[in-house]
Design a protein around this ligand. Structure first.
Ligand code: BGC
Length: 428
């Protein structure tokens, strides 16, 4: 069900935001696995994470872009390898850079939402076994502890892990990302560590902010940004495909959702989550395959479907379906922590956003508590193995000159973010 209204009027308290990640915009860091993966020529367009949007040197310029867009909140990431360059050392100076950025953000009236892990490991961690280590979760917790100690007075909202499922799938099942493995066993082993890491971080952030009385003015809110997609069987009435789709959905999505949210407790609606973060992009139509490392499934795109530049189906109704489902399952507030489209010409982006917002509003109107929407992303960035060739930005980025230019969709987004009203949907 989609909102039929011509103007989409969102509640006044709804927060409009923008999302990014450290590795994809900062550039300059050589101590992590994505730099090495670039050096080893795994990036399709031969670009490197070393360049990206040079955000590390251009913080002020980028804050101006955010302010131009009029958003109320910004989801940003920290580069673990910068803050902890070796197993036994932390870089106070790097933390100061992030602290300064957050202070400036707040001075602009923009609320930070901080991501602690977004697909990237320091080399020292990766080379000592990474998420396969039996103590991986507690090793990572050392980094979390240092960060919360240094930034916890400024930041109340946290995402511990971005898309545990995508990270593990790409790194340990289909092997496209470092360390390039194809092993279901490793996927499961990494999953156990990442689930544990989230639970420990959830407890640590709450405990520390409470002890230091930092949570007096701003309640602490911690969750995961889950990558959720729709898995539909390619042939609706094929029973085997339906079972297979359900099994893949469990292994790739629901396992993480349930394990990282936890059961209800007396003290809290859920043990390890204060909100459900949803990153939503597309739907997969499931068919059979005989390749074990792809879990015996092939993910295909519906015939004649509208697709983005990467060939992903644009399916706005999926957001409605997912939001309703998670609300029913967990009863926690929902934040759309990512939603966006790869679209160089900007021909699709405006209606992409309008349609997704229309479905979101329809869900809100049925009583679902959706509190925030973060668009992915501010400007074109280093899109993992796609390199610099997959533009998701409201601003176009010329990687050579580093010039940022607002796309027409960015102007409409700014109007929405300021007024909370998306105008003229019925006419599109
Ligand atoms: C990730 C982002 C990525 C985006 C577009 C999400 O899965 O969190 O890092 O850039 O999708 O592919």
């Amino acid at each position: 069900m989609k909102s039929k209204a011509e103007n989409l009027v969102f509640p006044k308290e709804f927060l409009c935001g923008l999302a990014s990640s450290a590795t994809q915009i900062e550039g300059g860091c050589q101590g992590h696995v994505w730099y090495r993966w670039s050096q080893e020529n795994h990036i399709k367009d031969h670009s490197s994470s070393l360049r990206a949007g040079q955000h590390w040197q251009r913080v002020d310029q980028d804050l101006q872009l955010l302010s131009q867009l009029g958003v109320q909140t910004y989801r940003m990431g920290l580069e673990w390898a910068r803050i902890q360059p070796s197993a036994s050392s932390f870089d106070e100076q790097a933390l100061v850079v992030y602290r300064t950025e957050i202070l400036k953000l707040k001075a602009l009236g923009i609320k930070p939402l901080l991501t602690l892990f977004h697909f990237n490991n320091p080399l020292w961690f990766e080379d000592s076994g990474g998420w396969m280590r039996a103590d991986a979760a507690t090793v990572w917790l050392g980094f979390v502890d240092f960060v919360v100690e240094g930034l916890g007075d400024l930041v109340s909202d946290w995402i511990t892990i971005n898309e545990p499922n995508v990270y593990l799938y790409k790194s340990f099942l289909d092997g496209e990302w470092p360390p390039g493995e194809r092993s279901l066993l490793k996927y499961l082993r990494g999953g156990r560590q990442i689930i544990k890491a989230h639970r420990l971080a959830y407890n640590l952030i709450h405990r520390k902010r409470k002890e230091k009385l930092w949570d007096r003015d701003q309640a602490t809110l911690v969750g995961v940004a889950h990558h959720l997609r729709i898995f539909d069987p390619l042939h609706k009435w094929n029973l085997v495909l339906r079972v297979l789709s359900a099994a893949v959905r469990y292994l790739i999505q629901d396992w993480f959702l349930y394990a990282m949210t936890g059961p209800k407790t007396k003290a809290a609606p859920r043990k390890w989550a204060d909100f459900i973060g949803i990153n939503y992009y597309t739907r997969d139509m499931m068919s059979m395959s005989f390749n074990a490392s792809s879990l015996f499934t092939r993910q295909t795109v519906k015939k004649a479907a509208l697709v983005n530049d990467l060939g992903w189906e644009i399916y706005p109704e999926g957001l409605y379906r997912l939001v309703k489902k998670q609300w029913k399952a967990f009863g926690l507030p929902i934040w759309i922590t990512e939603n966006g489209v790869c679209d160089r010409s900007d021909a699709l982006r405006t209606s992409f956003i309008a349609d997704h917002l229309a479905y979101l509003l329809a869900a809100i109107e049925t009583g679902v508590k959706v509190e925030r929407y973060y668009h992915w992303t501010l400007y074109d960035n280093f899109e993992w193995t796609e390199g610099e060739a997959a533009p998701f930005g409201l601003f176009a980025l010329d990687f050579e000159t580093q010039e940022r230019t607002m796309r027409p969709s960015g102007q409409l987004y700014a109007q929405w973010a300021r007024s909370k009203i998306w105008k003229g949907v019925g006419q599109q």
